[in-house]
Design a protein around this ligand. Structure first.
Ligand SMILES: Cc1cc2nc3c(=O)[nH]c(=O)nc-3n(C[C@H](O)[C@H](O)[C@H](O)COP(=O)(O)OP(=O)(O)OC[C@H]3O[C@@H](n4cnc5c(N)ncnc54)[C@H](O)[C@@H]3O)c2cc1C
Length: 383
């Protein structure tokens, strides 16, 4: 299934509407029929397969030449078909955007075309055991040593850990300066001293794990942006991508609503279809309304970014917070309408239930989005 273009038409061009239709067709043909991976090892193999498949079909084009509405359409479509395929798209974007934003043409030309063709898998390594929401607490260091930096430290909860071909890594070049001492580096996966420490297995298929840097020597020209500007680059990346997390949430919610509607029409209890009970109708109405509101916030933020707004901090934080929270409720209501069938591991709604939860946590939790929104309001931003 594809996004409901009509509902957000005010934010889209003709080209976007045509793209949405084409992506829906590609998802139906290539992604929907793929079997669900049985375990984490299978999910890791499937992620690499999906990378090639999506790259060959041109899904990542909207990352290389940033078109945020197109990225949202892609994530909405993929998330409805396969949350794992959406995660593959998300991390390609997360690892490519810092390269696009920073002024380092050599690194950009080395990695972005490979990433957007699906030939190189990226990773984005910010989180550490003691630095989650508080990214300023990053303790990994990058000590200058002649023409190199020497990285030492540990990263956790890294998507594509152990699978990626390159990582965008945040480390401190000046620990005394705190968050203003952070810098950003591109580290190819085969660099000696970059170690995969093992998988962290989620309840939904998503390759995740720990990596460590043990005296890992990186050429000085692998730094992205100026020393001390790493956190700003990371936050500018998240600014642009948070609306796409909201889009993924909308894709999952739309699929859950479609499954719930279908079930409510066909399942009969007490001599009539579930859809004729007003308590079920109330759930369906609320689910559809929340989804419509979420999509408006998502495409509003993406359209503002496409229009060249320097920062879309407020819009993208609102889109991510509202859409991911709404999607959680919509998917939960879908499970309820499905009854026992909704908690069978083989049912798409159960898969969505396990997948949607992480969206309220990664790329900044809902609480952090609310702090960001309030911070913007207090600075005088108009909602
Ligand atoms: C599926 C998944 C994929 C991920 N992929 C990546 C990745 O590729 N790269 C990467 O770098 N990271 C990744 N992460 C990590 C993710 O970004 C962090 O989990 C997230 O930022 C939260 O950090 P934390 O888990 O340490 O929670 P904590 O920061 O410890 O937060 C725990 C709770 O406290 C709340 N809290 C924290 N501070 C405040 C505050 N000031 N006010 C109010 N409440 C607060 C939080 O909202 C949360 O509810 C991923 C996480 C998941 C689940």
């Amino acid at each position: 299934m594809g996004p409901d273009v009509a509902a957000v038409r005010a934010f889209l061009t003709e080209r976007h509407a045509a793209l949405a239709e084409r992506l829906a067709g590609l998802a139906r043909r290539d992604v929907d029929p793929r079997p669900q991976p049985a375990d984490d090892a299978a999910a890791r193999r499937e992620a690499r397969t999906l990378l090639t498949l999506l790259g060959d079909a041109g899904w990542f084009a909207s990352i290389g030449e940033p078109d945020w509405r197109a990225c949202c359409l892609a994530r909405e479509t993929l998330a409805a078909a396969s949350p794992l395929a959406d995660a593959v798209f998300a991390i390609q974007a997360l690892s490519s955007v810092p390269l696009l934003l920073a002024d380092n043409a050599t690194l950009r030309d080395r990695w972005v075309p490979e990433a957007t063709a699906g030939r190189a898998m990226g990773g984005f390594a910010m989180t550490e055991p003691e630095a989650g929401s508080d990214a300023g607490a990053i303790a990994t260091t990058a000590r200058r040593d002649g023409a190199h930096y020497v990285l030492t430290g540990r990263k956790t909860f890294i998507s594509n850990a152990g699978l990626a071909d390159f990582y965008v890594v945040f480390a401190s070049t000046d620990p005394a300066a705190g968050r203003k001492g952070l810098s950003c580096f591109v580290v190819p996966a085969e660099t000696p001293g970059l170690l995969f420490q093992g998988a962290q297995v989620l309840s939904a298929p998503h390759p995740l794990g720990d990596i460590a840097f043990a005296d890992c020597r990186v050429p000085a020209d692998h730094r992205l942006g100026a020393e001390g500007r790493g956190l700003a680059l990371g936050l500018a990346t998240l600014d642009r991508l948070r609306a796409t997390v909201g889009a993924a949430a909308c894709g999952m919610a739309a699929r859950a609503l479609a499954e719930a509607l279908n079930h409510a029409r066909t399942r009969r209890q007490f001599g009539q279809p579930l859809a004729e009970f007003q308590l079920v109708q109330h759930k369906l109405a609320r689910m559809a309304t929340d989804l419509a509101a979420a999509r408006l916030l998502v495409y509003r933020a993406a359209a503002a970014a496409d229009a060249g707004a320097e920062r879309v901090t407020l819009e993208s934080a609102m889109a991510k917070a509202f859409a991911t929270e709404a999607a959680q409720g919509i998917v939960d209501d879908a499970v309820q309408i499905l009854g026992g069938r909704g908690v069978l591991a083989s049912h798409p709604v159960d898969r969505l239930y396990r997948s949607v939860r992480a969206l309220r946590i990664y790329e900044g939790t809902t609480e952090i989005q609310h702090l960001v929104i309030a911070g913007q309001l207090l600075k005088g931003a108009a909602p």
